[in-house]
Ligand binder design. Structure first.
Ligand SMILES: Nc1ncnc2c1ncn2[C@@H]1O[C@H](COP(=O)(O)OP(=O)(O)O)[C@@H](O)[C@H]1O
Ligand SMILES: [Mg+2]
Length: 376
């Protein structure tokens, strides 16, 4: 199966518009489950539509395997129906006058597949998606979630080499969404289909993807495994977009902040090289509490703070710490034996600190110093 390769891809919708997608280089490997992740309006749908051939590029080139499917310079454009890709969009359309079975085998009939093979494929995919019991019903007799499954089944039945999915689970309630995520992951393992999946939901991307491409304002921010994205965010945007509750950002050089002063001193004392550091990030689960300063491990980044909030989230807690007007949020899975108003010592291992430069980019020099065992 082919790789999909985007080189210098740009999309501009109109004379006065900013680029919806700019200077995008992205390779989607065979069998990859690639999530395009980013906030609304960052260019995810546009990227997917360009891969599908539903939008022309303004600049750049897309290849599928060795074949150029769109190139501005070469004047090549392969129409969507010749790209052998399956598409499911946020708003999917089933044929209202056809039964669920006929909707599911629609693509196979279009391809004039022999009846026996067609029936076999449709049976299999309907079973996999748990819709065989609705085969004689019409779409109007199904819930939104069931309809979304039929749309997926219709597409999987033709066994496309590449599946393009634009927020396909957005209409489902939470329980069904979770079930469908598990289903999609199973399908991906079983069929090894290359999947490009658009979502604004970082949690969805983390749970599904083999590779995540994070976008912001038309620009690619980082490409990596879910662990890469979470553990080594390339910049502050990625760090803050992924993770819930969000990562704590401490601005260095903030004279009014005790936490900032401590962080600056912690880095500065050890590593004079880190003078260009602009901020640090600490994930809430990396912060620990000690009832007294003596319990803080040697070499840890630490300080004193007041507990100003305890928020139970069901099985875990978010704790708000405040010092000199600045807040840190931490999470814990153990029932916190503290009360609001109590003074505590907080600490984090040095390798839990993400250091960003003044532009917000990850300071690689800091990783070499703080996380020597974690380099790639
Ligand atoms: N058909 C269109 N015409 C003009 N502008 C568009 C069109 N489609 C999208 N845009 C603009 O392009 C940008 C990216 O949109 P989109 O790709 O839909 O983002 P996302 O899917 O990440 O929410 C947005 O600023 C959006 O308003
Ligand atoms: Mg979109």
């Amino acid at each position: 199966m082919p790789k999909i390769n985007l080189r210098g891809v740009e999309k501009n919708y109109g004379a006065n518009a900013a680029n919806a997608v700019a200077d995008l280089d992205l390779e989607i490997g065979d069998g990859e489950f690639m999530c395009l992740l980013g906030p609304s309006g960052c260019g995810k749908t546009t990227t997917l539509r360009m891969i599908a051939g539903l939008e022309h590029l303004t600049a750049g080139e897309i290849r599928v395997g060795p074949r150029v499917v769109d190139s501005v310079v070469e004047g090549v454009f392969v129409p969507p129906e010749k790209r052998e890709m399956g598409l499911v969009f946020q708003s999917y359309a089933l044929w209202p006058h056809l039964t669920i079975e006929r909707n599911t085998d629609f693509g196979l009939r279009l391809r004039n597949m022999p009846k026996a093979e067609r029936e076999q494929r449709v049976d299999k995919v309907m079973k996999t998606l748990g819709i065989e019991k609705y085969r004689d019903r019409y779409p109007s007799q199904l819930s939104g979630g069931q309809q979304q499954r039929v749309a997926l089944a219709r597409m999987l039945a033709v066994n496309p080499e590449v599946l393009l999915l634009d927020e396909p689970l957005s209409n489902l309630d939470a329980a069904l969404r979770l079930e469908m995520r598990a289903e999609l992951k199973r399908l991906h393992n079983e069929f090894k289909t290359t999947i490009v999946f658009v979502t604004h939901d970082q949690w969805e991307a983390m749970t599904l993807a083999t590779t995540i491409a994070v976008m912001s304002e038309g620009q690619l921010q980082q490409v990596g495994t879910p662990n890469d994205i979470y553990d080594r965010p390339a910049n502050r945007f990625v760090a803050q977009f992924v993770g819930n509750p969000p990562i704590n950002i401490v601005e260095l050089g903030n004279a009014k902040s005790e936490i900032s002063a401590r962080a600056g001193a912690f880095l500065g004392e050890r590593y004079a090289e880190l003078r260009e550091a602009g901020s640090i990030g600490i994930r809430p689960e990396s912060i620990r509490l000690a009832s007294e300063a003596a319990e803080v491990p040697e070499g840890a980044f630490s300080g004193q703070a007041e507990v100003t909030g305890i928020l139970p989230t069901g099985g875990s807690w978010i704790i708000e710490l405040t010092r000199a007007g600045e807040k840190l949020f931490m999470t814990t899975h153990q029932s916190p034996e503290i009360e609001v108003g109590e003074a505590v010592a907080y600490w984090a291992k040095p390798k839990a600190l993400h250091v960003f430069d003044t532009k917000g980019d990850r300071l690689e020099a800091a990783d070499r110093l703080l996380r020597p065992g974690k380099m790639h």
